[in-house]
Design a protein around this ligand. Sequence first.
Ligand code: SF4
Ligand code: MG
Length: 314
Amino acid sequence: VKGLKKYFPVKGLLGNAKAHVKAVNDVSFKLFEGETFGLVGESGCGKSTLGRTILRLLEPTGGEVMYNGRNIYGLSDREFRNIRQELQMVFQDPYSSLNPRKRIGSTLEEPLAIHGIGAKSERTDRVMDILQKVGMQLESYYRYPHEFSGGQRQRIGLARALVMNPRIIVCDEPVSALDVSIQSQIINLLQQLQGEFKLTYLFVAHDLSVVRHISDRIGVMYLGQMVEVAPTDSLFATPLHPYTQALLSAVPLPHPGARKQRITLKGEIPSPLNPPSGCIFHTRCPFATEVCKTEIPVLKEMTEGHLVACHLHG
Ligand code: SF4
Ligand code: MG
């Protein structure tokens, strides 16, 4: 992902016809095959928009997504159709993405039919097979979405992504709406399926303990920008960005003996309509200096694979 931008125009605000919400503001990072890349940050930081734009569910304002050596935004709709199958999404609320009037089986078969994959009987076999893989009874093929619990619906949401035989799945807060007891079942299922289907996950979440558990690497977003990227262990052991430090200091400690200084942030998240100059975090950063108000810090690699955008480092 190179220099990705996604702005949303906002009309009639403060009489400014050209106002934009900079939901994703110049984000670059790599997603490695077979990994789980966790994307964290407070709600409204742009992580869901980033996930959707990467899959071309939203058209970007600028930037590139290189996949198999080609910029997916440069492909025609026709060329992109074949790649679409390999890039799937799982949503936070699977219910709203399932047609309430359709049986699960026909909802799951639909994308296969659209892409002209297999004969009808083969499509049914494939859906039955995937339903089993996500731990659903075969009879659920004939049932309607309202007949299932939240956890079961999320299994169905996963089945719908898997039926296309994807390589990358963007999981947008896939367990946030579920009871804690169900969350771990879905997380375990995601991990099991990743091994079996050789999947790469972009895992969007605000729950740091879930992200820590599932991710190989983590990216921290603030106001549409990526402020730190690191291997999971490295991020939790030595968070470098003051924003990351504040996020982590709000999480309960896993070991009772561990000590941690709590960092509280001043003020609210600024409006993405009018992000601060220089370092976007400077209005809330306890370590901000004059240079932070004017100069934009770029992501720099500090130790192996650990990148941070902050004038305190490098
Ligand atoms: Fe804080 Fe300055 Fe670092 Fe931004 S660049 S996080 S304001 S110290
Ligand atoms: Mg979101």
